[in-house]
Design a protein around this ligand. Structure first.
Ligand code: 4NP
Length: 151
């Protein structure tokens, strides 16, 4: 039975948060942990992850082609225990939708799970070359290892 629900959030839900979702799913028992992702924007709703995210995930043995972009909705605060945001701009956008302290306490910068990366952002790789995606992958892999240890 599911006992923990985790939502990964970025701007478009096509580059960073689909990777975070796929990576964390690969590290936990999916019978007990539910992992999803969403974007603060609806720019890419219904779309597959970015081809560069699909490619870097595949390089590491993870298939994220089952995912489709969706926008964050306020009901996600009720559904999820923890909402990991990729950067401080995502954090501001999600906090702005929170109704109370219970909601606000669920929102965490994902790199804060890495003791040496406090208050750092996962950079938006959208306008980068492919190597930006590998760097993002490595950051998220490290953060998700820490998350998986805790849950
Ligand atoms: P993501 O990257 O937030 O990691 O999915 C982006 C994807 C699309 C856009 C910006 C960032 N965009 O402006 O369309």
């Amino acid at each position: 039975m599911i006992h923990t629900r985790i939502l990964m959030v970025c701007l478009g839900n096509i580059c960073r948060s689909p990777l975070a979702e796929g990576i964390l799913k690969s590290k936990v028992n999916n019978d007990f942990i539910y992992v999803d992702s969403a974007g603060t924007s609806a720019f890419h709703s219904g779309e597959l992850p970015d081809q560069r995210s699909i490619k870097v995930a595949k390089t590491h043995g993870i298939d994220i082609t089952n995912q489709r972009s969706r926008q964050f909705i306020t009901n996600d605060f009720a559904v999820f225990d923890t909402i990991y945001v990729m950067d401080k701009s995502n954090e501001r956008n999600i906090i702005a939708l929170a109704k109370n302290d219970i909601d606000r306490k669920k929102v965490k910068l994902i790199l804060n799970e890495i003791p040496t990366s406090k208050d750092k952002d996962v950079p938006d790789p959208y306008y980068d070359e492919d190597d930006g995606f590998e760097k993002v992958y490595q950051m998220l892999d490290h953060a998700c290892t820490e998350i998986a240890k805790k849950i």
